[in-house]
Design a protein around this ligand. Structure first.
Ligand code: AMP
Length: 111
């Protein structure tokens, strides 16, 4: 079972921010900004690439509800999903990072 499936099953504790029967939002264990939340589907999909479009659609609504609830919409936030090795994905269970609560900063140009 992957680490995020263990969080969903309750085998690994988490700091839940919001959930419904399909999705869970919880605090990242290693926050990179003042607010760093992960949003995952309760069903296991390895990444964005293998997740059905209807799940992504429902997840969009869930994330919009969450950011509204946390008052992130006025000042903005960053939404990221890493995919595969080049994308820097470490946990192979689809997750979106929500980073905010302060200026997140620009992506650094490494070309
Ligand atoms: P990624 O590199 O996009 O796969 O991101 C994985 C994220 O999961 C990292 O930001 C980790 O800090 C986070 N993470 C790993 N284990 C846990 C955990 N048990 N609880 C909360 N966040 C975790």
């Amino acid at each position: 079972m992957c680490i995020f499936c263990k969080i969903i099953s309750g085998d690994i504790p988490n700091k839940t921010i919001m959930e419904n029967e399909t999705f869970l939002a919880f605090e990242d264990i290693n926050p990179l900004r003042k607010i760093h939340i992960l949003v995952i589907p309760k069903e296991h999909f390895s990444s964005f690439n293998t997740t059905p479009a209807n799940i992504i659609g429902q997840m969009t609504g869930f994330i919009q509800e969450l950011t509204k609830k946390l008052n992130l919409n006025e000042n903005g936030y960053r939404l990221i999903t890493n995919i595969g090795e080049n994308g820097g994905q470490e946990v192979e269970h689809l997750h979106f990072h929500i980073l905010g609560g302060e200026k997140v900063g620009r992506l650094v140009d490494k070309r």
